[in-house]
Design a protein around this ligand. Structure first.
Ligand code: NAP
Length: 318
């Protein structure tokens, strides 16, 4: 396993996302929620993954409970436990109360990272920072972070808080490359971390779906990347992923993750539908792309121009 070290923490470059655990949006079913999910967490930890990311909103707390059961017998210092507060009425003492509720579900005294799930423009930065300060001062989390913030927003929270805001969790993958422009350089030069969510673009970058093989329902039905048009357009990108994968004796999904963690100070948190996937994902940390491979993958990714959905839900061709 490779690690990202920043601000005194050591986070595995590949973590584990747990939105899938028990959530209807993914629709993996009862057997998955009752058994497979915990097995995924335990296997991830065995393989050196320490970052486990959850949120109070995932399956309305069930994801946190599943994680709690899975880590019950694991040394607390083997897990870097990250959760998030849904920013509705979440400021000051309310944020601390919500953090306490998360910790009860997680079965721990403190989270390693407590993140604001997304910016709520109705809550001024001062109140957001006051909530995070309370969480830190009450010992409910060792570090705080934000998610879905712009770089300016991230820095503003840190300025107002007057203490480090360790990380910003943002959508970042080969098909959503914007964080590479200024967010990642900032993290690398400021001892901060970019946590990449949807690092496989919800499985799109596994190269195993196609116009005649669409993923099952749930969240991906509303993701325009999985339109037949976009899956057809992705042919060259998929070929490039397969080519690089074959020279590393790896899978396309692993190469997509290796591309992400080629960037400094980036931790990727793929979700997994099986123990086998988490094994592949953890092993991706050991794939080191050559600079030529990285440049080639970036170029092919830039050439992929997906159609997006317009206001009426129709695909807009670009
Ligand atoms: N902060 C936020 O606002 C936010 C938003 C979204 C997600 N997140 C976090 O980020 C985590 C990951 O993002 P995500 O779940 O949206 O998308 P993702 O990690 O890009 O995709 C996960 C899906 O990809 C497929 N997959 C995983 N590993 C694979 C492998 N080795 N080979 C082939 N397919 C593989 C699986 O689906 P199938 O097997 O069914 O194809 C899996 O459910 C979430 O669990 C959550 O913790 C945060």
């Amino acid at each position: 396993m490779r690690f990202v070290e920043a601000a005194g923490v050591r986070m595995s470059a590949i973590g584990l996302g747990t939105w899938q655990f028990g959530s209807r949006e993914w629709g993996y079913g009862k057997e998955y929620a009752d058994h497979e999910a915990a097995a995924i967490v335990r296997r991830a930890l065995e393989l050196g993954v320490n970052v486990i990311d959850t949120a109070e909103v995932y399956a309305l707390g069930r994801s946190e409970r599943i994680v709690a059961a899975a880590i019950e017998d694991v040394g607390r210092d083997e897990v870097f436990l990250a959760t998030k507060v849904f920013p509705l009425f979440a400021f000051g003492a309310v944020m601390a109360a919500r953090a306490r509720a998360s910790l009860r579900r997680l079965g721990v005294d403190a989270a390693d990272l407590y993140q604001i799930h997304f910016p709520n423009p109705a809550i001024p930065f001062g109140l957001q920072a006051a909530g995070l300060a309370r969480v830190l001062d009450d010992g409910l989390a060792h570090h705080v972070g934000v998610s879905n913030y712009s770089l300016a927003g991230w820095r503003k929270v840190e300025d107002v808080l007057g203490r480090p805001v360790l990380s910003n969790q943002v959508q970042f993958s080969m098909v959503r490359r914007r964080p590479a422009e200024v967010m990642v350089p900032y993290a690398a030069s400021s001892d901060r971390v970019v946590i990449a969510y949807s690092p496989l673009a919800q499985g799109f970058l596994s190269a195993r779906y196609g116009p005649d093989n669409l993923p099952g329902g749930g969240v991906r039905r509303s993701n325009s990347l999985f339109s037949k048009d976009n899956l057809t357009r992705a042919a060259d990108l998929y070929d490039a992923l397969r080519d690089v994968a074959s020279s590393h004796d790896a899978e396309p999904a692993q190469v997509a993750l290796a591309w992400l963690i080629h960037h400094p100070h980036v931790v990727a948190i793929p979700g997994a539908s099986s123990v086998e996937q988490v094994e592949f994902n953890a092993a991706a940390a050991d794939i080191v792309l050559g600079d030529d491979e990285f440049a080639h993958l970036t170029k092919v990714a830039e050439e992929f121009t997906p159609a997006s959905r317009g206001p009426l839900g129709r695909l807009v061709r670009t």
